[in-house]
Design a protein around this ligand. Structure first.
Ligand code: 6R9
Length: 843
């Protein structure tokens, strides 16, 4: 549904619209009609870039199927019936595309304003169907085909998965059992095994197998630097050569099968190369996102005791180089104090950010990547491993301060990531695929590296930091060229000199890249979608200012009539076929913007729900198979049996809300928490015996669609990244002047959730702006910039029960200013605390 570049509107007594900053605002029905009909009485979020400036109104019947007839154009019981055919008795929301609409339907002359809106109650009735052309060519083209495959995957999982697994190379086939599991704590230790006894290698299946199948000259990785114009590519054969060189080096320094290697690199090709090199020799990589602090890195080093740490001397963020090597040095020193020493630190030399001679160096331990790797042979025999041998460790936040080392094994993970990638994105060999995630997170493991390469896909690796806009990784290709471009840009447009991604050099960068590489599958996070929705506005004002100052120096990108930057629509985006979303629930208005504006109302969106622990997609649309509902992750992937349980662990059928659990294992499931199987069982399998507990809340609607409602534990999801409240709290209280801290998540217009910290200071320490900054800095240092609190709220005391438990429910309400919904505060040890906190709200 929905037309060319916009949409909108919902008819109901009350609905929400998005104001120009992307904030949700309740709007009574009448005001929208007047505003819209007035053609600009209200500042629009989008303006139709086409010259005819028509706006197509879409009617929502809402739950009550009540049609509001009270608009200025039309006073009878049909909506716009006298001049055109758009009548309310037909289900306008089911109209699939503009082409399907009766000629002229919905067209209101002179109307330019469009407000993106969101009905409060009607989302679940809002179906968006894939086009017939899309479904016809899709890997799964109908609900019936999905049902047939899904049924088989549940009734005969062994047959279903072993057929798929046979498409990969196995040195030796697995034993009798395809799957061996104990999923119920009451029956003993939790155990998940898939394809045990099968001997394989994930790197071999990603590279050698595809090369043997004739893909040697196909591009495996495109690399696009943060600075436009800097790029590179590697074919499958070239990638294999480089992987082998690193693998040979690792072997040479004594890294063996089962040894851990910590990787602390920015988004450069060397990151997936290192991961694959580890996989080739059976070593276990543990990638740490290169935004984590020395303390966080040290914690991970101490936990997994790596044979080597691989990093880069520095990266540039903004104009400032970030000395990654210094962070690594500090982390290695810290972990040495805990008795874990690191013997080898391989350092990628990045002259654009820091000269070699300025890099701090520990002789005997540190070694330059460029000095050794090219000297190694470009072939390396494969270390064959059991399907149940570990492939990687990835640390993720839990509800305690200590991160959890999620362990994935080779065989099941390989089969599962490859299959989910193929079906959820409707992958075809001609696709060019771009996932904006960093390899420091699970999405970068499963859907930048392994899933796509196992399918022989062409993957775009983008250096620009997508999730953290104020950070930038410098280019690692050509130092001279890079410097020249930067200084030229700074001279030309001082206002734009701060390098940001993905809005660097402006908010159109993503679509510029899409056009440059003819990207057909684009997978990103709702936070990026929201920031692009919003950034368009900021850039518009900047350009408007420039326009007044320079008068004639009108950038071509300005719409001549209205100063509107067509930061999306000025690019063709024709190559796009499928869009994807991950990391947090995507709110329906962002979904629609993504669908209508970015995807021109023709690309299905795969809203993939999954977790570090699940390895791959669990609940996801199959784009050609069925109608989507904006904001719903839809239905389970093959082999996945999601259930919703109540607080007693009883399964609820039909339309309901509750805790999302999974019945039965799947090949991509994590096998343990490294070194702490007990915590694995306690966190995931004990809350609801017999099930895997996801930690997420979920609603199932009357049509069986799943709607994820967010975390139910003490984990905040900031820009799609999980941060434990306890981690932030422990960083805050490590500050000598902080007595106590309580952290909650609050709605954030771009990041999804922001971090809101209530802080009690030690006696007689005065509140001050410097202290506030210092506290934020402490968190940045200990965890990383991305975990910095958005707000520090001074708290003379915290609301606690008589047993001393902090009542976060009340803090959440205060943080989100829902003061009339504080609920019962009588059980608090000191109810006056709440009043004090409210008084301190704006201090
Ligand atoms: C892949 C990834 C997992 C948590 C998960 C949930 C949230 C992820 C989502 C989603 C709603 C989606 N989440 N995808 N919520 N819709 N499509 O993000 O892994 O970092 O482990 O986070 O993210 O809350 O429990 P991870």
């Amino acid at each position: 549904m929905i037309y060319n570049n916009h949409i909108l509107l919902t008819y109901n007594n009350i609905y929400r619209a998005v104001d120009k900053c992307g904030r949700m605002i309740p709007v009574p029905y009448n005001s929208i009609v007047c505003a819209a009909a007035g053609g600009g009485a209200r500042e629009p979020l989008f303006r139709n870039p086409s010259s005819s400036a028509s706006v197509y109104l879409l009617q929502f019947n809402c739950n009550r199927r009540r049609i509001n007839t009270n608009n200025r154009r039309n006073n009878n019981n049909n909506f716009m019936d006298s001049n055109n055919n758009m009548r309310t008795e037909s289900y306008l929301r089911h109209v699939d595309s503009r082409k399907l609409m009766p000629n002229g339907a919905g067209h209101i002359p002179h109307l330019k304003a469009v407000i993106l809106g969101e009905a409060l109650a009607s989302e679940e009735d809002d179906l968006v169907l894939p086009s017939k052309e899309f479904s016809d060519q899709a890997n799964v083209h109908s609900p019936e085909q999905y049902m047939e495959m899904y049924k088989r995957s549940i009734e005969d999982p062994d047959g279903f998965w072993s057929e798929i697994a046979s498409q990969f190379y196995w040195k030796q086939k697995w034993g009798e059992k395809v799957c061996d599991e104990n999923f119920d704590v009451r029956d003993g230790k939790i155990k998940i095994e898939w394809f045990k006894g099968g001997i394989t290698n994930v790197c071999y299946n990603c590279l050698d197998r595809n090369i043997e199948a004739g893909l040697g000259d196909k591009v495996a990785l495109y690399w696009e630097g943060n600075e436009p114009g800097l790029d590179g590519s590697l074919t499958y054969s070239q990638l294999l050569n480089q992987v082998c060189q690193v693998a040979n080096y690792l072997k040479d320094i004594g890294v063996k099968k089962g040894d851990a290697v910590i990787v602390y690199l920015p988004m450069i090709n060397e990151l997936p190369i290192t991961m694959l090199a580890c996989a080739r020799i059976g070593a276990v990589h543990s990638v740490v996102f290169a935004g984590f602090s020395a303390e966080s890195l040290a914690q991970r080093i101490t936990d997994c005791k790596p044979k080597a740490v691989i990093t880069c001397n520095a990266v540039r963020r903004g104009t400032k180089p970030i000395l990654l090597k210094d962070i690594v040095d500090a982390a290695i020193n810290d972990s040495a104090k805990d008795g874990v020493s690191v013997d080898v630190c391989l350092v990628y030399d990045n002259p654009v950010a820091l000269k070699r001679e300025d890099t701090k160096w520990t002789q005997g331990r540190d070694i330059w990547w460029q000095d050794v790797i090219p000297k190694y042979p470009s072939t390396c025999p494969v270390e064959w491993v059991d399907a149940e041998d570990p492939l990687f460790l990835l640390y993720t936040s839990g509800s305690t301060g200590k991160p959890k080392g999620v362990l994935h094994t080779a065989g099941g993970y390989m089969v599962y990531t490859a299959t989910t990638f193929k079906y959820a994105f409707d992958y075809k060999p001609s696709d060019i695929y771009w996932c904006t995630a960093d390899c420091g997170w699970i999405t970068g493991h499963s859907y930048v590296t392994y899933g796509p390469l196992l399918n022989g896909a062409t993957v775009l690796v983008y250096e620009g930091v997508i999730y953290f806009k104020t950070e930038i990784y410098c280019s690692l290709v050509d130092a001279k060229k890079f410097k020249a471009i930067i200084s030229r840009r700074q001279k030309l447009s001082p206002g734009l000199s701060v390098i940001k991604a993905p809005n660097y050099p402006d908010a159109g960068r993503c679509w510029d890249i899409v056009d440059k590489y003819k990207v057909s599958i684009f997978y990103t996070a709702p936070t990026l979608v929201r920031s692009l929705m919003r950034d368009g506005e900021a850039v518009r004002y900047l350009y408007a200012l420039m326009f007044t100052v320079y008068l004639c120096a009108i950038d071509l990108r300005i719409n001549a009539f209205g100063f509107w930057i067509r930061y999306v629509t000025r690019y063709s985006r024709k190559s796009l076929r499928v869009l994807g979303s991950v990391g947090e629930p995507i709110n329906p208005s962002a979904w629609r913007w993504f669908y209508n504006v970015v995807g021109d109302s023709r690309c299905p969106i795969s809203d993939t729900w999954w977790q570090t622990e699940t390895g791959g997609f669990m609940i996801t649309p199959l784009p050609g198979a069925w109608a989507q509902k904006p904001g719903s992750a839809t239905f389970p992937f093959f082999g996945i049996q999601p259930v919703i349980v109540d607080e007693k662990g009883v399964e609820i059928d039909g339309e309901c809300s509750g805790y999302l659990c999974i019945k039965k294992s799947w090949p991509g499931a994590f096998r343990t928490l490294y070194g702490d199987h007990e915590r694995y069982e306690t966190t995931y399998f004990k809350p609801f015996a017999g099930y895997y507990f996801s930690g997420d809340g979920c609603r199932r609607d009357k049509d069986g669609y799943h709607w994820l409602t967010g975390r139910v534990d003490d984990v905040i999801n900031v820009s799609g990244h999980r941060i434990g409240t306890a981690e932030v709290e422990s960083a805050l209280v490590s500050h000598p002047q902080c007595a106590e801290a309580a952290v909650v998540g609050v709605e954030h217009e771009v990041k999804g959730q922001g971090i809101y910290a209530f802080v009690t200071l030690v006696d007689s320490v005065p509140y001050s702006e410097d202290l506030r900054k210092d506290l934020i800095l402490t968190v940045r240092k200990q965890i990383g910039a991305f975990a910095a609190p958005d707000k520090i709220h001074w708290a003379p005391g915290l609301p606690k029960t008589r047993s001393g438990k902090i009542m976060r429910r009340i803090l959440r309400k205060i943080a989100s200013r829902q003061l009339d919904e504080l609920g019962d505060t009588s059980t608090l040890a000191d109810p006056n605390v709440v009043k004090q906190l409210i008084e301190f709200s704006d201090s």
